[in-house]
Design a binder for this molecule. Structure first.
Ligand SMILES: [Zn+2]
Length: 266
């Protein structure tokens, strides 16, 4: 395997602190201090005290503010799930998506997202995501909280009533009542923008950046979960993240000999 160029640069500088800041999608110094308690697969290093802003943080997260934390949490996975639909995005993604449907488990903060071309796909995709979560955790969905946005909620009422799932809706135009989903979307989109702009990638890659941002979010310790990772609370074990690479890192692709044009092809 070939080590990507940017990573070689940071390893050569022995700047592990900066390298893991980038690999984890521009995570804060405070969070880097907590990594070893709940994640496997990272070397020990001193967290840099350098507070000068990095390019990705400046371009993706400048407006970051803290939200008030609601203190009451569900006590088991899927007891309460927050749902939200984000979009339409100003440009279609590389694979023609315009919306993100997000589900966040209240007890763990674990997030699952789907990328949609049309709003109309939301109900079907929601059911797929619920099925996946129930299989993954062995738990059953009990209640869902969302705002009233989107016609797709109508299609789900049958599912909710047949399964005995409680559906809580917030008042129209009061997104704060759907605070958990709002906060997640904001954090996730800031992370996606930080890694995308840091890598100087064009906007059609927003879905790729968002997918990675969600993966990073699920695999990093959270202060409000006593510095445990969402995936551990959702499904058991502390994650091993030794495979993480910086998003947008230059890499070389190995082409099988039989797929090359001729003997001199790279
Ligand atoms: Zn940064």
């Amino acid at each position: 395997m070939i080590t990507p160029v940017l990573e070689v640069f940071f390893l050569a500088m022995e700047n592990q602190s900066q390298l893991w800041h980038l690999r984890l999608g521009h995570r804060s110094q405070q969070a880097l201090h907590q990594l070893h308690k709940s994640i496997k697969g990272i070397p020990s290093f001193d967290v840099s005290s350098d507070t000068s802003p990095c390019k990705g943080c400046a371009m993706g997260k400048m407006a970051e503010r803290s939200y008030p934390d609601s203190s009451k949490r569900a006590t088991r996975p899927l007891a309460l799930v927050h749902m939200d639909l984000v979009g339409p995005f100003p440009v279609e993604s590389r694979v023609h998506s315009r919306y993100i449907l997000t589900l966040i488990d209240d007890s763990s903060g674990f997030a699952v997202v789907a990328f949609l071309r049309n709003k109309d796909d939301a109900a079907v995709r929601f059911l797929d995501m619920v099925r996946w979560c129930e299989t993954f955790t062995g738990s059953t969905l009990t209640s869902v909280r969302s705002d009233r946005r989107g016609e797709f909620m109508g299609h789900l009422q049958m599912f909710f009533s047949s399964r005995g799932v409680t559906h809580q809706t917030s008042a129209p135009h009061v997104p704060q009542q759907n605070g958990c989903a709002e906060r997640f979307n904001r954090t996730m989109l800031e992370k996606a923008k930080a890694i995308m702009h840091h890598a100087c990638m064009p906007r059609i890659f927003w879905q790729d950046a968002a997918e990675v941002a969600v993966h990073l979010y699920n695999h990093q310790p959270m202060r409000r979960h006593t510095w445990k990772t969402p995936i551990e609370i959702f499904n058991g074990d502390p994650p091993d993240i030794s495979y993480f690479k910086v998003f947008g890192t230059h890499a070389y692709v190995y082409i099988q000999p039989e797929q090359r044009d001729d003997k001199l092809a790279p």
